[in-house]
Design a protein around this ligand. Structure first.
Ligand SMILES: [Fe+2]
Ligand SMILES: [Fe+2]
Length: 316
């Protein structure tokens, strides 16, 4: 069965590209130490164009898609409320939808062709492996980061009929905290004026239900594939390090990792791990290119990582 993703979407819509491509490249191929993590981008060379030959995330050349993205975020921003996310976490937290391995999930996701992402015209497994392989090249010793690349989008199985066939607005796109004021840096912030939380005094102040430096672990984030995969990995007791779980959970939280918002909720550990998300994001975005990966050739390597960090089948 092939499921076509119908509505336009874009992770991190309307973020500033030049910010990334103008950054100095370094290519020693080693993973960063904690002290130089801020400066390193792992030497990853960003390709000039995406699979369609356009600049990345260029919506001037994709105007019809732009209208779709606006509509996507309008519906997303109206419907993602604090109470809604709590109900989704409760529902999916039962992990009673499927039992399957990481690789089986990659193959299931491969049935999806994301027509809506302007940078990507390949099956999802290509994106996962391109991301993972690009990281592997620059950070050969960080095997946990390679596996993070492979699994970071597996939560998109939320769109699959056997997982509830969630609508796009409940599975993809940028994510943001609920339970406190929406930051103006969130993509299409203007649409929050139709979200009931926007008018709820419990949820519409700077701290809302949270306290200063409470830690992002304690913050409710809009529901989507990041949150679901984080839940699956954590509840199945993966031995991946905390930074991997942080990347999985927050890779679409552009208001934090691109715009620098919500630092008042972050603790010191969050601020350290944020640097890994920034590194990861470059590979997530720019590996969406025409560089094809030979799935069968690299599969044994990734299977060995799966065996290491997820020794048994997972409950989803
Ligand atoms: Fe993603
Ligand atoms: Fe991704």
């Amino acid at each position: 069965m092939t499921v076509i993703v119908q509505e336009p979407l874009l992770e991190g819509d309307e973020v500033n590209q030049t910010q990334i491509v103008s950054e100095e490249k370094r290519g020693n191929g080693d993973g960063p130490s904690e002290s130089d993590i801020l400066q390193l981008d792992g030497g990853f060379v960003t390709p000039d164009s995406n699979a369609f030959g356009h600049s990345f995330r260029d919506y001037d050349k994709e105007s019809e898609r732009r209208a779709g993205v606006q509509e996507f975020y309008r519906i997303n921003h109206i419907n993602q409320t604090y109470e809604y996310v709590l109900s989704k976490r409760e529902h999916y937290g039962k992990l009673d939808k499927a039992v399957m391995s990481i690789w089986e999930c990659c193959e299931l996701l491969n049935e999806f062709v994301d027509e809506s992402d302007p940078d990507l015209d390949e099956p999802q497994i290509e994106h996962l492996l391109q991301t993972a392989e690009a990281i592997r090249k620059d950070y050969p010793n960080e095997d946990w980061l390679h596996l993070t690349g492979l699994i970071h989008d597996l939560g998109k199985v939320l769109l699959h009929p056997s997982f509830g066939e969630e609508p796009q607005w409940a599975a993809v796109g940028d994510t943001y905290p609920l339970g406190c004021a929406f930051d103006e840096s969130i993509v299409h912030y203007e649409y929050f004026n139709e979200n009931p939380d926007f008018y709820n005094p419990k949820y519409n102040t700077k701290y809302g239900v949270y306290s200063e430096k409470c830690g992002l672990e304690n913050v409710i984030i809009s529901w989507g594939h990041d949150e679901y995969m984080h839940m699956v990995a954590k509840m199945n007791k993966t031995t991946l390090p905390p930074a991997a779980l942080f990347i999985i959970r927050f890779h679409s939280f552009y208001a934090m990792h691109r715009a620098g918002a919500y630092t008042h909720l972050m603790n010191d550990e969050d601020k350290e791990m944020l640097e890994w998300v920034k590194i990861f994001n470059k590979y997530d975005l720019y590996s969406k290119s025409k560089v094809r990966v030979d799935v069968e050739e690299v599969k044994p390597y990734y299977q060995s990582l799966i065996d290491k960090y997820f020794p048994s089948k997972l409950r989803w």
